[in-house]
Design a protein around this ligand. Structure first.
Ligand code: PLP
Length: 440
């Protein structure tokens, strides 16, 4: 018996080592990491420059409490990130993960409201489905019932609007009228709640695990920005999954004219080398907070020098190797190849994504968009089939979290055309077997 407990799913083999896009278990079996862990390992495993930077930092210090010392590592990473942000987003607050980053961003927004005589604002609108983290505050913003329902009495219920799933609603995602239709739901919600009570709107620029790489329809992001500005609502971009190059630009939101007030990052920033997250806020939000005694918030490990040294080396690696561009280019190839699989395999009802954040969704019938029966547990069975063939992918229930199945295909941003061939071969073989299994 193991002393660990995570999920009810069966135990996995023991990891021995990982290099680039590959991982090996104790028995020597090789796996292609087609999901970058949980969309984390953007620069691949065991990158030598990052390991060297970490070793150098370790020899200097591995911890310096933020109330006792500044550290060069956190200062340098903050400066680097500020240079990569749009507009005046130049104030950085480090944390150790995505949920901590979301919690911190919402508390920062609230403290800004208090410091700027807008103390009536406290509600944070989000979308359903969405995922913003598993701590109680971040969970209150999450629209994914399997994860939220058990804890509902312990959370402050926050208002939700539907995610813009044009493909399910039979709308044309290329038509800006579609984007406006969904974005206007935000305005309606702000008005229904009372604009003076609404603090912020939090959004994943390209959906992550809950929607399966949902790309917003044309016109959506720009309109969201306009609405937030009109009602004095802060726009928080949850870039935990989309940040650090995943969608083909440093931030997912860089693809649109929709400059956020606050950005939250994690996953690809530490890229699996160290637990790291960041809240990057517009200067104008932070100044009044500092003038009134500072941010009443902080974690013991915030700004840890080893994590920040790793993060800086990760961001430098992304830049020096042109990995955002590679994600854009390889993402197009991957999306085209997934569309090819959809032509071959009836079970695939939709293919979507941006850069190397891509997904496909199983459907029982493409015309009606009916999902596969929930009892098939298709998403987990498919992941297990691919895993047995040495391909790691990531899956979730889609729709409202109780039915529908999507598979995320999100390899490290260092992938080349041969890796994509290998991924597609693994998916193709798994699809053939999956189809036989569920029809037998
Ligand atoms: N926000 C988004 C968009 C995520 O995808 C995740 C994790 O999957 C989180 C927040 C929470 O991050 P963490 O698991 O590091 O707490």
């Amino acid at each position: 018996m193991s002393n660990l407990f995570y999920q009810a799913q069966g135990r996995r083999p023991v990891l021995e080592q990982a290099r680039g896009v590959y991982m090996w278990d104790k028995d020597g079996k090789r796996y292609l990491d087609g999901s970058s862990g949980a969309m984390v390992c953007n620069i691949g495993h065991s990158n030598p420059e990052v390991l060297t930077a970490m070793r150098r930092q370790m020899e200097k210090s591995t911890f310096g409490y933020r109330l006792h010392f500044e550290t060069e590592a956190s200062e340098r990473l903050a400066q680097k990130l500020a240079g990569l942000m749009p507009g005046d987003l130049n104030r950085v607050f480090f944390v150790s993960g995505g949920s901590e980053a979301v919690e911190s961003a919402t508390k920062l927004a609230r403290q800004y409201a208090l410091a700027s005589e807008q103390g009536s604002r406290w509600k944070v609108i989000s979308r359903a489905p969405s995922y913003h983290g598993c701590t109680l505050g971040a969970l209150a913003l999450t629209g994914y019932t399997p994860l939220t329902a058990p804890f509902a009495p312990m959370m402050q219920d926050m208002p939700k609007i539907p995610a813009p799933r044009a493909y399910l609603d039979g709308l044309d995602a290329d038509d800006p009228a579609t984007g406006h239709y969904y974005a206007d739901m935000l305005e309606a919600k702000i008005l229904a709640e009372g604009p003076e009570s609404v603090l912020a709107f939090i959004v994943e620029p390209v959906g992550g695990a809950s929607t399966g790489a949902l790309v917003p329809p044309n016109g959506y992001m720009e309109r969201i920005r306009e609405i937030c500005t009109r009602y004095g609502v802060l726009l928080i971009m949850d870039e935990v999954m989309t940040g650090a190059g995943r969608t083909g630009s440093f931030l997912g939101s860089d693809h649109w004219q929709a400059q956020p007030d606050i950005v939250v990052m994690s996953k690809g920033l530490g890229a699996g080398y160290m637990p790291l997250g960041a809240v990057i806020a517009d200067e104008r939000l932070v100044v009044p907070i500092l003038a009134q005694g500072g941010f009443a918030h902080g974690f013991t490990y915030a700004g840890n020098p080893l994590a920040c040294a790793a993060g800086l080396a990760v961001v430098n690696t992304l830049e020096m190797n042109g990995l955002c561009d590679n994600a854009a280019k390889m993402g197009e190839t991957l999306l085209a190849r997934l569309n090819g699989l959809m032509q071959k395999h009836e079970l695939i009802g939709d293919v979507r994504g941006k850069g190397l954040l891509t997904a496909f969704e199983f459907m029982a019938d493409r015309d009606s968009k009916a999902p596969l029966p929930a009892r098939l547990n298709a998403h987990q069975r498919f992941v297990d089939l691919a895993y047995a063939k040495g391909l790691i992918i990531y899956s979730r229930r889609t729709r409202d979290g109780t039915e529908g199945d999507h598979i995320l295909v999100c390899p490290p941003l260092i992938v080349n055309a041969e890796h994509i061939d290998e991924i597609i071969e693994g998916l193709d073989a798994s699809l053939v077997q999956f189809s036989q299994d569920i029809h037998s």
